[in-house]
Design a protein around this ligand. Structure first.
Ligand SMILES: Cc1cc2nc3c(=O)[nH]c(=O)nc-3n(C[C@H](O)[C@H](O)[C@H](O)COP(=O)(O)O)c2cc1C
Length: 357
């Protein structure tokens, strides 16, 4: 069966350039086609033969990063076959939200980077809950655990934000397999009350109130994580960890995308009305992400139990090892998965299996 997987890897690399070319102006289309393909191989029971067989999974904690499975549309069994040991769903907002006009993603294949300014589109918490419950009912074998990444519906403010978070969690906490909630306080693509793009500053101001609501809503055994920005300053990290210390926070996902578009990775930034837009990921975020991960790792002196989940441009074993040596114990992938396909996860699992023996 390894031959089938190797053929699939070859195929992924062979068709990737033409898919990228065809969908250069609409990268979302490539994602939608990949989803259709995954659903097809799931229905025909081919996914475990073509992808990573679940028996290959090592002790490595590896999930998709949010945005890849926004509405819980990927069958959980396929997520497992792709090599993920956990599925992140979201960002889930309470109300359905249309997001920014498409196209709102740009790929930079030469530097294995992307910029997106999607603005948290989604079908809303209730519909996503129905989808996940339906999936859980028809699962053929044990599934992967689920993290819900959440934030309030864009443009809500004050009490409405808290009401949204409460509603999202209460619709989701009973779903079997949901054992983590990840609060996304780091999306650079949503509008603040002032109307300017980027609500991250406002999220920080309201963090204590938000955590109080989240903590009140989740069940005792469910963990709460904070997904943070690679653009955080040392002061931001101090402020966040001071507040997090007052709540039952299990740890941090370091990090989301960056508005710092390094020219060596993003030679031409997407623009809207003459203004640079979007958050950069993949190689373009790696350095900022690592810097912020280090700052959070230093703050583990406040609470040794905090875990760090590395996210941002982890596209090689060297980078995986670097992130783990700097305090991470799990990882999340999005952009590197787009450019490398499932073989990247297989490579990571193989390394961990040989390390575990
Ligand atoms: C197209 C796209 C959509 C994303 N949407 C979300 C999202 O809805 N919520 C979120 O927390 N992060 C989102 N992210 C950020 C990723 O989850 C991840 O943290 C970031 O891209 C860095 O990791 P990577 O280099 O592995 O992609 C998105 C990223 C991309 C590229």
């Amino acid at each position: 069966m390894d031959i089938l997987r190797e053929l699939f890897d070859e195929y992924y690399h062979l068709i990737r350039p033409s898919v990228f070319k065809k969908t250069a102006l609409h990268p979302q289309k490539a994602h939608d086609d990949f989803l259709l393909f995954c659903k097809f191989i799931h229905q025909t029971r081919l996914s475990s033969h073509l992808l990573n067989h679940s028996n290959n999974c090592s002790s490595l904690g590896i999930s998709n990063a949010a945005g890849f499975n926004k509405n819980g549309e990927f069958p959980l069994e396929v997520m497992k076959d792709l090599g993920f040991t956990r599925a992140v769903v979201g960002t889930v907002t309470y109300d359905p939200w249309i997001g920014n006009p498409q196209p709102n993603i740009r790929r930079y294949p030469l530097t294995e980077s992307m910029v997106n300014w999607m603005g948290l589109p989604g079908i809303g918490a209730k519909k996503i809950a129905e989808k996940l419950i339906a999936q859980q009912r028809c699962l053929r074998c044990s599934s992967v655990p689920i993290t819900i990444n959440l934030m309030s519906t864009p443009q809500k403010q004050g009490e409405e934000v808290l009401h949204d978070l409460k509603g999202t969690i209460s619709a989701r906490r009973h779903i079997p397999g949901v054992d983590r909630f990840e609060l996304n306080i780091s999306c650079p693509n949503t509008h603040a009350v002032s109307g300017k793009v980027d609500a991250r500053k406002e999220n920080l101001k309201q963090l204590g109130e938000m955590l109080s609501v989240v903590e009140e809503q989740v069940f005792e055994e469910q963990k709460i994580l904070l997904k943070v920005s690679p653009d955080s300053t040392e002061k931001d990290v101090l402020d966040i960890t001071t507040i997090a210390h007052q709540y039952k926070i299990a740890g941090f996902v370091t990090t989301n995308t960056t508005t710092h578009h390094r020219r060596e990775f993003i030679p031409i930034s997407p623009q809207n009305n003459g203004q640079q837009v979007g958050g950069a990921s993949g190689n373009a975020v790696y350095q900022d992400s690592l810097r912020v991960q280090r700052l959070f790792a230093q703050q583990k002196k406040r609470n040794k139990e905090w875990i760090i989940i590395a996210s941002g441009g982890i596209n090689s074993l060297e980078k995986l090892k670097e992130r783990f040596s700097e305090g991470a114990s799990e990882l999340q992938l999005f952009t590197p998965f787009i450019f490398s396909g499932p073989q990247l996860l297989r490579r990571f699992h193989r390394y961990f299996m040989s390390r575990d023996q």
